[in-house]
Design a protein around this ligand. Structure first.
Ligand code: DX5
Ligand code: ZN
Length: 218
């Protein structure tokens, strides 16, 4: 079944342990790492991952929106990350950085900005545990879903199926109760949701509702 990944970027930074407890039903947590360089926002670094690691068994899915991600992969894995996703647009040697991630034992993902064509991944797709299709321009939570990304998602689903790969499809940005049902029909495996969950009065309740929608459409 597909999974909902709460994005901690939208959580109360002064209360992250509590916020994680609120979404204990999520198997995977999404951490947005922003350097104020690759994206016009700064979020948090490996220290937060290290601090939160002892408090949950949940999978830590790290989204590196930083320049030179190859400099920080080992540090994020050492801090307790399970999945490392970096942006194709942020590296020169994509194949080499994927290998660098996998050599740490972490799962490897590559993120594509809305303008980046899937063809960038043609020769590395089979090495990837997941592909993150950005459905907003990276840098901030609470943005609108970019509808043109539906075609891109459909093409990726078709490509993975035709090549008989295990690579998971992850989407990130502008996912909420208003569009999840429609999106759930596209064969997406991992849905990141930040503000839809953490801006709600009852995040646990929204997560429950989202999981019910996925249950219904599996
Ligand atoms: C945006 C981040 C997303 C964001 C999702 O750059 O990669 O993970 O936090 O937030 P919402 O769900 O509010 O769009
Ligand atoms: Zn993200």
């Amino acid at each position: 079944m597909a999974e909902i990944l709460p994005s901690l970027l939208a959580a109360d930074f002064s209360n992250l342990r509590e916020e994680i407890r609120n979404v204990y039903e999520a198997k995977i947590l999404h951490f947005d790492i922003m350097d104020g360089n690759y994206v016009p926002n700064i979020s948090f670094g490996p220290g937060i991952i290290k601090a939160l690691r002892p408090y949950t068994e949940q999978i830590f899915d790290i989204h590196l929106m930083i320049v030179n991600p190859e400099r920080y992969i080992e540090e994020f894995v050492l801090a307790g990350s399970d999945v490392i996703t970096f942006h194709a647009e942020a590296v020169t040697h994509l194949d080499r950085v994927i290998t660098q991630v996998k050599e740490t034992g972490a799962r490897a993902g590559v993120a594509l900005n809305p303008h980046t064509p899937l063809s960038v991944l043609d020769y590395v797709l089979e090495k990837l545990d997941q592909v993150l299709i950005m459905t907003v321009n990276p840098g901030f939570g609470g943005q609108e879903f970019i509808p043109q990304m539906v075609e891109k998602i459909k093409l990726l689903r078709k490509t993975i199926d035709e090549r008989n790969l295990e690579t998971k499809i992850q989407i990130d940005g502008g996912v909420g109760l208003d569009n999840l049902e429609e999106l759930a029909g596209l064969g997406i495996d991992l849905f990141v949701a930040g503000s839809a969950i953490f801006s709600a009065d009852n995040p646990a309740d929204v997560l429950k509702k989202m999981n019910k929608i996925l249950e219904k459409t599996k």
